[in-house]
Design a protein around this ligand. Structure first.
Ligand code: AMP
Ligand code: GLY
Length: 425
C-alpha cells in the first residue's frame, strides 16, 4: 500500500517508524514530516492543516491510506474529505472529533452517560463565571472551550489566577472564538495517566497505559507544555483499574458516541486523573498522544497497519494487540526557552553515535535539514529519546545516557522523567 502520515512531530515520526515495519507498507510519505521522517519516508511539503492540499496530493499520488496525527485537521474534517474522494483515512470524522474540540460538549456528554469526571459548569460570559468562582473558591480549574494546543487550561490556586484566566478568555480574547465558552471545573488531586485505545465505532482495542509529564521543569514546576516526556506501561494503572477504565470509560464512551449519532473511529485518548484509586476523565483527545506515542509504539509487536485497517473497516473484534514485555522511557529534548520564546536553527550533533546504541530510539520532532545536510532545530520540542529495557530503571538510564551524547545550543530537558513510577513498581 501507499501510506501517508499527516503531521511533523515526534508522534508522527513514531507512527511512520511503526508503519514502515508493516508488511503491508510499500511506499511511505510524511506530510510535511521532519528530518527524522525524511530518512524512512518521503517528506511532502504541504502543511498538515491544508486539507485541500492533502486531498489533492493523496488523489494525484493514489495514496491508499492516510493516517492523521494532529487534532486540528481532524477537528476540521480531514477524514470526511478524504473519504468523500474514496481514500481510506485513519481518525475520527469531524462530528466525532468534537470529543477533543469542545470541552463543553464533552463534559455534558460525560454527565449524560454517567462517565466519571470532575464536577463542572459551563459559562458564556465573564460575570456569571466570576460569581461561580467566588462561590466555589479555590483551587479551581478554568478551561477555554475549544482547541488551544494545551494552553487553554488554568489550574488556579488563587482567586486572582482564576479571574485572570477568565479575563484572558472573555475580555482579552486571548484564544479568539474558542473562548466564547468556558468550562469551570472542580480541582482533582491525584496521579495522571494517559489511556489510549483503537476504536472501530463499536469495539475497542486498548493500548498499554502511559504517563505524560506536562510541566516544563522537574517536579512538575513551570508552565505547561505539550509534554516533556512519557513512559509506558505505567504501573499507576494496575490490572483492576485497567479493566475499570476499559468498561466504564472507553467502551461506554464509544457506545454512547454511537448512540449520539457520532460514531467514533480512530484512536480515543482519555486523559485521566486517578484520585483515591478511582479514574476520572480530565479530557479526551481524538488522536494519538504526543509524547505518549513515542513511548507506546516501540513496545507494540502487532502490525499497526493491520490494526488501522481493521479500525476503519469495523472489525477490530477479530484482533488483539501484542506487546513486548519491556518498559520504555521517552525524554523530550526541547529548545531553551520552550514553551515560551526560543530560537531555531541550532545544529544538532551526536545523533550518529546514538543510532549505534541498542535499545535506544530517537524520534525527531522540531528538526529539519539545512542546505549542507546538517540536522538543525526548528521547533520547541526537538527530539524524543526513548530507552527500552525489561527493567524500568535501566530503560530510564538508557534514555538519559543517550541524551548525553546529543548536543545543540541551549538544550533543555527534564531529568526526572519516569520517577513517579517508582512508588508503584
Ligand atoms: P486538559 O487539557 O483538560 O487535560 O488539562 C490540561 C492539564 O490541566 C491536565 O493534564 C491536568 O494536569 C490539569 N487539569 C485539568 N483538569 C484538571 C482538574 N479538574 N483537576 C486537576 N488538574 C486538572
Ligand atoms: N501528551 C498530551 C497530548 O498529546 O495532548
Amino acid at each position: 500500500m501507499k501510506i501517508a502520515v499527516v503531521g511533523s512531530g515526534g508522534r508522527e515520526h513514531a507512527l511512520a517508524y511503526k508503519i514502515k515495519q508493516s508488511k503491508l507498507c510499500k511506499e511511505l510519505y510524511c506530510i510535511p514530516g521532519n528530518a527524522g521522517t525524511s530518512k524512512i519516508a518521503k517528506n511532502i511539503n504541504i502543511d498538515a492543516e491544508d486539507i485541500n492540499g492533502i486531498v489533492d496530493f493523496a488523489t494525484d499520488e493514489q495514496i491508499n491510506l492516510v493516517v492523521v496525527g494532529p487534532e486540528n485537521p481532524l477537528a476540521s474534517g480531514i477524514v470526511d474529505e478524504l473519504e468523500r474522494v474514496g481514500i481510506k483515512a485513519f481518525g475520527p470524522k469531524k462530528g466525532a472529533a468534537i470529543l477533543e474540540a469542545s470541552k463543553s460538549f464533552t463534559k455534558k456528554f460525560l454527565n449524560k452517560y454517567s462517565i466519571p469526571t470532575a464536577e463542572y459548569k459551563t459559562f458564556d460570559n465573564f460575570d456569571d463565571a466570576n460569581s461561580y468562582i467566588q462561590s466555589k473558591g479555590v483551587p479551581i480549574v478554568v478551561k477555554a472551550d475549544g482547541l488551544a494546543a494545551g494552553k487553554g487550561v488554568t489550574v488556579a490556586k488563587t482567586k486572582e489566577e482564576a479571574i485572570k484566566a477568565l479575563e484572558d478568555i472573555f475580555i482579552k480574547r486571548k484564544f479568539g472564538g474558542i473562548g466564547d465558552k468556558v468550562v469551570i471545573e472542580e480541582f482533582l488531586e491525584g496521579e495522571e495517566a494517559s489511556f489510549l485505545a483503537f476504536s472501530d465505532g463499536e469495539n475497542i482495542l486498548p493500548m498499554i497505559a502511559a504517563q505524560d509529564h506536562k510541566p516544563a521543569y522537574n517536579n512538575d514546576e513551570g508552565p505547561n507544555t505539550g509534554g516533556m516526556g512519557a513512559y509506558a506501561p505505567t504501573p499507576i494503572v494496575n490490572e483492576e483499574m485497567r479493566q475499570y477504565i476499559i468498561e466504564n470509560i472507553m467502551k461506554k464512551t464509544i457506545l454512547s458516541m454511537k448512540e449520539e449519532g457520532r460514531t467514533y473511529k480512530g484512536v480515543l485518548y482519555a486523559g485521566l486523573m486517578i484520585k483515591n484509586g478511582k479514574p476520572y476523565v480530565l479530557e479526551f483527545n481524538c488522536r494519538f498522544g504526543d509524547p505518549e506515542t513515542q513511548a507506546i509504539l516501540p513496545l507494540l509487536e502487532s502490525d499497526i497497519v493491520e490494526i488501522i485497517l481493521a479500525t476503519i473497516e469495523g472489525n477490530l473484534n477479530n484482533y488483539t494487540l501484542k506487546w513486548k514485555n519491556v518498559y520504555s522511557v521517552c525524554v523530550v529534548l526541547a529548545s531553551g526557552g520552550y514553551p515560551l520564546s526560543y530560537e531555531n536553527g541550532k545544529v544538532i550533533t551526536g545523533l550518529d553515535n546514538v543510532e549505534k546504541l541498542d535499545d535506544v530510539i530517537v524520534f525527531h520532532a522540531g528538526t529539519k535539514l539545512d542546505e549542507r545536510g546538517n540536522v538543525i532545530t526548528s521547533g520547541g520540542r526537538v527530539l524524543n529519546v526513548v530507552g527500552l529495557d525489561k527493567d524500568f530503571k535501566m530503560a530510564q538510564k538508557k534514555a538519559y545516557d543517550a541524551i548525553r551524547l546529543i548536543n545543540f545550543d541551549k538544550t533543555h530537558y527534564r531529568t526526572d522523567i519516569g520517577n513517579k513510577a517508582y512508588k508503584y513498581l
